[in-house]
Design a protein around this ligand. Structure first.
Ligand SMILES: [Zn+2]
Length: 435
């Protein structure tokens, strides 16, 4: 009898999700058409506020309080906070209170997207949400408004079939994930929005579950030189040339680390083999004038690494490599480069795959897609770390299939958004329980 009832409920929810597919697609198009580049999340958050209210949820909209955040060990000043502050950039929470007899669940997504530049390289309007062959194009379509559409749709359909949940549901639309999620996810956790598990609907290709995130740090190296007239360049010291030495030292460290460090979930994709950790030199500036010997140069870099190393140890390796190189240069020995750690300063995390939330989602993915789930992660910084490391809330990332993330012509496959919604809806019913 119970099995019969369960499978009847299951069929109903799956049918409901298919029937309301167009509604979901329209929602996603509207959301993609609202540009919400990091630090400019306000308009999209107003849209999410209305969405959560229309779902009948108890809604909380507020801006992060930096004085509070600063006290937290995970705090760092994000570059978007430094530049724009948190004003006009609220988080939006929708909560459904239940009898509280079942397990509670957070479904969360970040509303911010990265810049679509260079827009001229796109063949689709990044804010157009055009659909071609089942693919919805736009900046953020995959990362991660498709996932937000899936979670909203899943919850809406659970409501529509009249399932009375026994555990609380918390839907979150957060800011600033691309920049570290300090004023976003971390702020929501500090405000008390925790649960027995959390699913962040980042695009994981439906058949993957992301169980780890990378440690990520940004650093800047200021390399001094000695300016002089170009005609007497031999009397100066070219900082650009000296910066190249540091550049090469970092490449050497990167190579040495990559040969030593491996983390299978980060290397599931054959293209990622041997690249579980990376040092990227992302920006270089220096000098002032073609007729002047460059008196200064600056490199900006990111280091990412999988679970297994502590942040302090990684930082020391980087500093040792830079200062070690400097000691071998007559000029740099006397005029050492300066290292500044700025922006991203995140520790890695790892979620135990045997936890029931991981197994529940994996089970439904297999049932619906016929595919065995792969556990991936550990090469990018993710908001999931805030739950796992600092709130003891088990958390995974699971969501639709997309391409062009942080690149050109980003799209999400609408079928995969529907599939994600189905897995999420079944997970909600199973995890929270219903009457
Ligand atoms: Zn994302």
């Amino acid at each position: 009898m119970r099995v019969y009832k369960q499978s009847r409920m299951k069929n109903r929810i799956l049918e409901e999700i298919d029937e309301k597919r167009d509604e979901m697609t329209k929602f996603l198009q509207e959301l993609v058409r609202i540009p919400s580049v990091v630090a400019h999340e306000g308009d999209a958050q107003r849209f999410m506020e209305k969405t959560f209210k229309d779902l009948g949820l108890e809604v909380d909209v507020w801006e992060a309080n930096v004085a509070e955040l600063r006290k937290h060990p995970a705090y760092f000043e994000t570059t978007s906070y430094t530049k724009f502050g948190y004003k006009g950039r609220p988080n939006v929470i929708g909560r459904l209170r239940s009898s509280g007899e079942g397990r509670s669940l957070i479904l969360a997504g970040h509303i911010d997207v990265v810049s679509p530049e260079p827009v001229s390289a796109w063949t689709h309007d990044p804010w157009g949400a055009e659909i071609v062959d089942g693919k919805l194009y736009g900046r953020g379509a995959a990362d991660m408004k498709g996932g937000i559409a899936a979670m909203v749709h899943a919850f809406k359909c659970v409501q529509a079939i009249g399932a009375k949940l026994r555990g609380d549901i918390i839907l979150k639309s957060t800011i600033e994930e691309e920049d570290g999620g300090i004023g976003g996810t971390l702020a929501t956790i500090l405000k008390g929005y925790r649960a027995d598990a959390a699913i962040i609907t980042e695009p994981t290709d439906v058949s993957n579950i992301d169980i780890a995130s990378a440690g990520v740090m940004y650093f800047r190296i200021m390399v001094p030189g000695q300016s002089a007239h170009a005609a007497a360049a031999h009397l100066g010291v070219n900082a650009i040339g000296k910066a190249m030495k540091i550049y090469n030292a970092l490449l050497k460290l990167n190579k040495e680390r990559q040969s030593r460090i491996s983390y299978p979930p980060a290397e599931v994709d054959p293209a990622m083999k041997g690249h579980a950790t990376t040092i990227n030199i992302g920006k270089i500036r220096g000098g002032d004038w073609s007729s002047t010997v460059a008196g200064w140069a600056e490199l900006e870099c990111r280091i990412g690494w999988p679970p297994g190393e502590e942040l302090e140890d990684v930082r020391k390796q980087v500093e040792d490599a830079i200062y070690g190189e400097a000691r071998q240069d007559l000029w740099l020995r006397e005029n050492p480069p300066r290292i500044e750690w700025f922006g991203w300063r995140a520790r890695p995390h790892e979620q135990d795959v045997n936890h029931p939330i991981v197994q529940t989602v994996a089970k439904f993915v297999k049932e619906l897609t016929g595919k065995e789930v792969k556990f991936v992660g550990g090469s990018a910084g993710l908001d999931a770390r805030h739950y796992v490391r600092y709130a003891k809330v088990p958390a995974i990332c699971f969501g639709p299939r997309g391409f062009g993330i942080h690149g050109v012509d980003e799209y999400v496959e609408i079928d995969s958004v529907v599939e994600t919604a189905k897995v999420l809806a079944l997970t909600i019913l199973n995890w929270c329980g219903y009457e």
